[in-house]
Design a protein around this ligand. Structure first.
Ligand SMILES: [Zn+2]
Ligand SMILES: [Zn+2]
Length: 355
């Protein structure tokens, strides 16, 4: 009996990931998802290369950008059986006071695959049978996408979706996205889909060229410009396009100290600074600029499961392109793929696909 499954576990930072067999039989209220694809996120590399601690002790399979098909369901979760789903990167408990008051992103009992529970670099993942996002496979096929492609909706797309939504972008807003990579590229497209004119800033010309074709009206390479020159360029862009020089929406998606300083330096009166990327590094800023500019800085952790269908709709309706930004690789080559992503040899979002 049981469901024969395997996963690639991290035993220690920087040690080769190891394939191990396990039984994916779900418990009551749980489902086993046969993984179609699992995206490799900067956060996974942080655990693996930088020694960021996972909540569950090692050995642990990383991976929190999962799509797949429900292969088995425990008691009470039978309605999911056979469905194509996206597993949210953060699964709130749905029952605590925070969840009931609509603050599910800060639920203290939330489970993040590849951090709190075994993750998606595996043939199967066992997760709670609640809050999953069903994928309409007919629409998926019409959009020219595979189930593995939309794994990145689980985090790379929904995290900026939540950030854009929370920031309050409206048609006519000016948005500046710092870091046009895995998450930032989608932030550009989503802000654009919400009606903003978008400026993208990065140090990589290839990434800037890509977002220039998908949602960014102006791209700036911060390698060639100092903070003042960047801010002047955005002011010029605003004036030339009839946009406000106040109330900018700034999204820090690079997860680097340099990017955070660039983002902070773009504060204007009434600005909203959303911190979307993560780094262990520290920066020195004059916090009182928030006061002087009557600005606000907000964090963003995950995305409530109830927003996933609307975020997926942007993809299925063609408002957000993902195909040019994902690159499938065999799961069995995970050690090579991690290294290649780490060394920036793979520029697109790598999605690991089980054989
Ligand atoms: Zn992630
Ligand atoms: Zn909860």
């Amino acid at each position: 009996m049981g469901i024969a499954a395997h996963r690639w576990v991290m035993t220690a930072p920087n040690a080769p990931l190891v394939r191990e067999a396990f039984d994916a039989t779900p418990g009551p209220g749980e489902v086993a998802v046969a993984v179609a694809g699992c995206g490799v996120c900067h956060t996974d590399l942080g655990y693996y290369y930088d020694g960021v601690r996972t909540n569950q002790p090692l050995p642990l399979a990383l991976g929190h950008e999962v799509s797949g098909r429900v292969a088995a369901a425990g008691a009470g979760a039978e309605s999911w059986l056979g469905k194509a789903v996206i597993v949210p990167a953060v699964l709130p408990c749905g029952e605590c006071d925070l969840c009931k008051r609509g603050f599910s992103t800060i639920c203290r009992k939330q489970k993040m695959p590849g951090n709190d529970i075994q993750g998606g670099f595996a043939s199967h993942i066992v997760v709670p049978g609640r809050g999953l996002c069903a994928v309409d496979e007919a629409r998926l096929a019409r959009a020219g996408l595979t189930l593995a492609d939309v794994s990145i909706v689980a985090d790379a797309l929904t995290t900026p979706y939540q950030a854009v939504r929370r920031a309050g972008i409206a048609p006519g807003s000016l948005a500046v996205v710092v870091g046009a990579g895995g998450v930032g590229g989608y932030c550009v497209q989503i802000a654009h889909a919400f009606g903003a004119r978008v400026v993208a800033i990065d140090v990589d010309d290839a990434k800037l060229a890509a977002v220039g074709q998908h949602g960014a009206a102006l791209t700036l390479n911060s390698r060639n410009l100092d903070g003042k020159a960047i801010k002047s360029a955005v002011v010029e862009f605003a004036k030339a396009n009839g946009l406000r020089t106040t109330e900018w929406f700034i999204f820090e998606c690079s997860g680097t100290a340099a990017g955070q300083l660039t983002a902070y330096g773009l504060l204007v009166h009434g600005a909203t600074l959303s911190v979307v990327g993560f780094t262990m590094d520290k920066v020195e800023v004059r916090l009182s600029n928030l006061m002087a500019f009557d600005a606000r800085a907000i964090g963003n952790w995950g995305c409530p499961p109830e927003y996933y269908p609307a975020a997926l709709d942007l993809v299925l309706d063609g408002k957000v392109a993902i195909k040019p930004f994902v690159e499938p690789h065999p799961l069995d080559e995970i050690n090579r793929v991690f290294a290649a992503v780490h060394h920036r040899e793979i520029k697109k979002r790598a999605v690991l696909v089980p054989a």
